[in-house]
Design a protein around this ligand. Structure first.
Ligand SMILES: C[S@@+](CC[C@H](N)C(=O)[O-])C[C@H]1O[C@@H](n2cnc3c(N)ncnc32)[C@H](O)[C@@H]1O
Ligand SMILES: [Zn+2]
Length: 293
């Protein structure tokens, strides 16, 4: 395989007609003649007709996320997601709403046979995902194989540019969840891994900074949404505390949904009034769901 071949190409599908895609130089094309040039930042623009590409995170949100996740504060969540994504099904790991590819890279690194496909509507996130190296650690290092990530511009609420049954695992981490599409792309022995925040996630900051809180009905809504196509196999609850200084608090707020609702001046003032180090609860559920039937 030449180094410029897009990883996981065999798992991708034309967004216009669902046929397989081939690559020549920097152009992807299907047998029906639809073609798509890779962006110079390395991601593949495969938006299906009728997609809404305006939903993606801003450059500031993405920069804040990259820095915050890079600090290791969510590493217990990362490890839990990577472990939960291990399956004996053939195929790739797909993450709709992959952001910078932080979780996707960890899941791919955990299994020597995997490559990854990250779908997102944020070009800022995809630029980082396209450049992300899969860590050479654990099982992959032992096997001596390199897993790559394909960063793909696609709307997770529309038809995804992924072939039927091509995913051994699908990750859903703080991101849009389209149960029917996930079911279509997942192999029958594959696994959907869903990380959802619990009611007390970041509660100290929610209280002190008036952030958007997690809806207590969310776990039930998730179960209702997924229950018709998937069955729950296992659920792990993670809860731990982290000590954050003011810059980390700014990044954590900046990467999340509250970033779009708070005036920057008001946030900086509220953060300045916090103790120098704030103990913050991280609380989330990592669930494994199998396709029914
Ligand atoms: C809260 S972030 C989570 C990113 C990543 N899963 C993580 O936890 O690091 C949600 C991501 O979903 C993306 N997104 C929002 N709407 C989307 C859509 N309709 N299709 C694909 N991605 C979308 C955003 O751009 C953002 O990168
Ligand atoms: Zn086509």
């Amino acid at each position: 395989m030449s180094p410029s071949t897009l990883p996981a190409l065999h798992a991708l599908a034309c967004p216009n007609c669902a046929r397989p895609l081939d690559q020549r130089e920097r152009r992807l094309s299907c047998e029906a003649g639809h073609s798509f040039d890779l962006a110079k930042q390395g991601y593949a623009p495969l938006l299906a007709p009728g997609s809404n590409a305006t939903t993606g995170d801003t450059a500031d949100q993405v920069a804040a996320r990259e820095e915050f996740l890079g600090s290791g504060a969510y590493d217990p969540l990362l490890d839990a997601v990577a472990k939960a994504s291990l399956t004996d099904a053939p195929g790739v790991v797909v993450e709709p709403g992959c952001g910078t590819g932080h979780y996707l890279a960890a899941a791919v690194a955990a299994d020597p046979v995997r490559e990854g496909v990250g779908l997102d509507t944020s070009k800022y996130a995809l630029r980082r995902c396209a450049k992300r190296e899969v860590p050479d650690s654990g099982p992959r290092q032992a096997a001596g194989t390199r897993g790559g990530l394909a960063a793909v511009l696609a709307d997770a609420w529309n038809r995804m540019p992924v072939r039927d049954g091509a995913a051994a695992a699908v990750l859903n981490v703080f991101a849009p969840r389209n149960a029917d599409e996930i079911s279509r792309i997942l192999h029958p022995r594959g696994m959907l891994v869903v990380l959802t925040p619990r009611e007390d996630h970041l509660r100290e900051l929610v209280d002190a900074l008036d952030l958007l809180s997690v809806d207590p009905a969310k776990p039930q809504r998730t179960a209702d949404q997924l229950g018709s196509v998937f069955e729950a196999e296992r659920t792990d609850e993670l809860r731990y505390s982290i000590g954050l200084g003011h810059p980390e608090v700014m990044r954590l707020v900046g990467m999340g949904p509250s970033a779009r609702h708070l005036a920057p001046g008001a946030l900086a003032e509220a953060v300045a009034a916090l103790p120098e180090t704030v103990d913050v609860t991280v609380s989330a559920t990592v669930a494994r769901w199998r396709p029914r039937g």
